[in-house]
Design a protein around this ligand. Structure first.
Ligand SMILES: Cc1ncc(COP(=O)(O)O)c(C=O)c1O
Length: 427
């Protein structure tokens, strides 16, 4: 009998996996170019040509726009900043409702709060883990101003349906495309289907600038507002004319020349790096096919998935052993993995407690919305019992290591009865 590594057998994966690294000599040269020039950032927080950034920032934005086929690009220092700027750009104000999924990085749902907006959670669908358009439709009220769709794990949400819904109700559709560069739906890149798309360039994404982000839009007015919020809008408002440009206050969300120079090199490599992530994930999917109780990621029709994460669904009833024990056995075989992804965001104390400094905090005093457990049952189930993840953008296995990873899945699956007595410490 093959003994599982967790119980003293030998691991299926022969050695540690290489971490995923995307930078090299090209980025080194780019950094050196900027260092020698000496202008590490060229933004000015006052009205001047440099209000919109320096040469590397402008070149990076232009190149990004060309790569994604979109008119306007506004670089920022993180996707978090980009999401906040997007809320300001579309004019979210106190009490406005913004529909968000609960199964995403927290920044998605926090962004409206910076403007006094109210995050309203709609559940996701259980096949693709993104906003369920029907749940979104059910959540729309006269207070709704926007939807933030997250293209989770590198696959587009049902953006066509969500855009149609947004257009029907006069709402903005913002795409949180932090995880999906070059993902696509119906022949269009994810991030370019909503009114604004936000990409992340933090160090654990497909490509990165250490920290960074990019906002994209085809709307000149939204682009100008994004650019203003990035850089002390109050100092530029008088120069842009009346109306849509006034009444904005800005942050410092600026990208440095150094980051932009790195980003320009990363962008050149992005399609190859992404293709390799897709290769790894597709091979893994093919390798676990037929393993009862384990559903590899499904790809939506007419979509290109770019696999920031490979998120499989685990059926505890069918497998007879808990996901977390199975995952522990996989780890022992040498397969780094994660379970559950994030807690449904409405379970965070930001939503559960809401009382600070002796009173219910703004803007929750503006809403009757509640954030009780049970709000989004699909998300809760995926988090608690079903989601099992291989971190495609954290490791860079060779093809033979991918085969070993597949062998590890098959080994644990076949011998899972050995795990019957394994228990985990209470969380
Ligand atoms: C879906 C999603 N949104 C937003 C963010 C925030 O990105 P950043 O770290 O660039 O602020 C992340 C980062 O992991 C993310 O995964």
């Amino acid at each position: 009998m093959t003994k599982l590594a967790l119980l003293g057998g030998s691991p299926a994966v022969s050695g540690p996996l290489q971490p995923y690294r995307t930078t090299g000599v090209e980025e080194e040269r780019a950094v050196l170019r900027v260092m020698r020039d000496g202008t590490l950032s060229a933004f000015l927080g006052a009205w001047a040509p440099e209000f919109w950034g320096g040469p590397e920032v402008k070149a990076f934005e232009a190149e990004w726009g060309a790569a994604f086929g979109i008119k306007h690009t506004v670089s920022v220092n993180s996707a978090t900043s980009g999401l906040i700027a997007a809320m300001g750009a579309i004019g979210i104000g106190p009490g406005d409702e913004v529909i968000v999924p609960p199964y995403t990085m927290s920044a998605t749902a926090m962004a409206p709060l910076f403007y006094g907006g109210i995050p309203v959670f709609a559940d996701i669908d259980e096949d693709y883990f993104c906003l369920d358009p029907q749940c979104v439709a059910d959540a729309i009220t006269p207070k709704t101003r926007a939807i933030i769709a997250v293209n989770l794990f590198g696959q587009a949400a049902d953006l066509t349906a969500l855009r149609a819904l947004a257009d029907k109700h006069g709402l903005y559709l913002i795409e949180d495309n932090a995880q999906g560069p070059f993902a696509a739906q119906d022949g269009k890149y994810a991030g370019t289907i909503g009114h604004i798309g936000v990409f992340s360039l933090n160090y654990h994404k497909h490509i990165h600038t250490g920290e960074g982000g990019m906002c994209v839009t085809d709307d000149a007015m939204l682009a100008a507002r994004l650019g203003m919020i990035r850089n002390h809008a109050e100092n530029a408002a008088d120069h842009l004319g009346e109306g849509d440009y006034t009444n904005l206050i800005g942050h410092n969300f600026r990208m440095t020349e150094l980051s932009a120079a790195i980003g320009r090199e990363q962008l050149k490599k992005a399609k190859n790096l992404t293709a390799r992530r897709v290769h790894i994930a597709e091979r893994l999917t093919a390798g676990v096919e037929g393993l009862e109780g384990l559903q590899a990621p499904k790809v939506r029709a007419k979509c290109d998935h770019v696999y920031y994460l490979w998120g499989a669904r685990y059926d505890e009833k069918m497998l007879g052993v808990s996901r977390d024990v199975f995952a522990k056995a996989l780890t022992a075989e040498g397969v780094p993995n994660a379970t559950g992804y994030v807690r449904p965001l409405y379970m965070l104390s930001t939503f559960q407690k809401r009382v600070a400094m002796g009173r219910e905090g703004f803007p929750f005093n503006l809403t009757e919305r509640t954030y009780d457990r049970g709000l989004c049952p699909v998300t809760e189930r995926l988090h608690e019992k079903e989601m099992l993840i291989f971190l495609v953008c954290s490791y860079d296995p060779t093809d033979s290591q991918i085969d070993e990873i597949i062998a590890a899945f098959r080994k644990v699956h076949e011998n899972r009865h050995q795990l019957a007595d394994v228990s985990l410490p209470a969380a």
